[in-house]
Design a binder for this molecule. Structure first.
Ligand code: AMP
Length: 217
């Protein structure tokens, strides 16, 4: 890998990191690489990878490190990421993945690892109300009255609840975050690469905080 911005955004599911990553990738003109999006695309395509991960995704578990590391290694080897860098969303999620990323990025170290901090109660509420467009992936928040059928303002696709946004799956993912992903905070903190950013506030406020930190790098 050569030049460009190399940024990792950590944070609980539902912290708003996906939305912020879309905006940041446009702002810095770097590819937004979301392992969750890649896996969901594989499931939609019914590829070999998709068939092997569909149950894990549905239950809110974590896909095996080896599978994910191969996927990310391949993606980061592509021309856009080599040239422009990357904004990683949803990877790494374990210390083994973080070690693999250091190995992949060897010689072009990460510019910043940002921890988008949002308390568990807040994300639990947000995820339970999250709805997504099946076609373009746009995110919506379900209020007390949910339109039926609900069509996407952007593309007219069906707006649905993600299959892994059930209360059981959400709780499982948040538990997994505490046990597997929180140690990453220590991993990156120990090498002074970690920047916590308060993720509570309007999307504009959070974006401003993120760009301030990234620009300072
Ligand atoms: P996300 O969209 O980031 O919430 O990811 C959706 C699901 O994909 C997760 O609940 C995991 O099952 C799987 N997944 C995504 N990224 C990873 C990763 N880095 N390691 C393991 N599983 C992952």
């Amino acid at each position: 890998m050569s030049k460009g911005a190399r940024i990792v955004l950590l944070g609980r599911q539902g912290s708003g990191k996906g939305t912020q990553c879309v905006r940041l990738s446009r702002h810095y003109v770097v590819p937004h690489i979301s392992t969750g999006d890649m896996l969901r695309a594989a499931v939609r395509e019914n590829s070999l990878l998709g068939r092997s991960v569909v149950d894990v995704l549905g239950s809110g578990g974590l896909v095996g490190d080896e599978v994910i590391i191969v996927l990310v290694r391949e993606r980061l080897g592509k021309a856009d990421a080599r040239r422009r860098g990357f904004l990683l969303d949803g990877f790494p999620r374990t210390v083994a993945q973080a070690e693999a990323l250091d190995d992949i990025a060897d010689g072009s170290p990460l510019n910043a690892v940002i921890d988008l901090v949002v308390p568990r109660e807040v994300v639990l509420e947000r995820l339970s109300a999250r709805r997504v467009c099946r076609d373009c992936g746009a995110n919506y928040h379900a209020g007390p009255v949910v339109p039926s059928p609900w069509t996407c303002d952007t593309c007219g696709g069906d707006v649905v609840q993600r299959e892994d946004d059930t209360p059981e799956s959400i709780n499982r993912r948040l538990d997994l975050y505490e046990s597997q992903t929180a140690p990453l905070i220590e991993y990156y903190g120990a090498s002074n690469r970690l920047f916590p950013v308060d993720g509570v506030g309007s999307p504009d406020q959070v974006f401003e905080r993120l760009t301030t930190v990234i620009d300072s790098r």
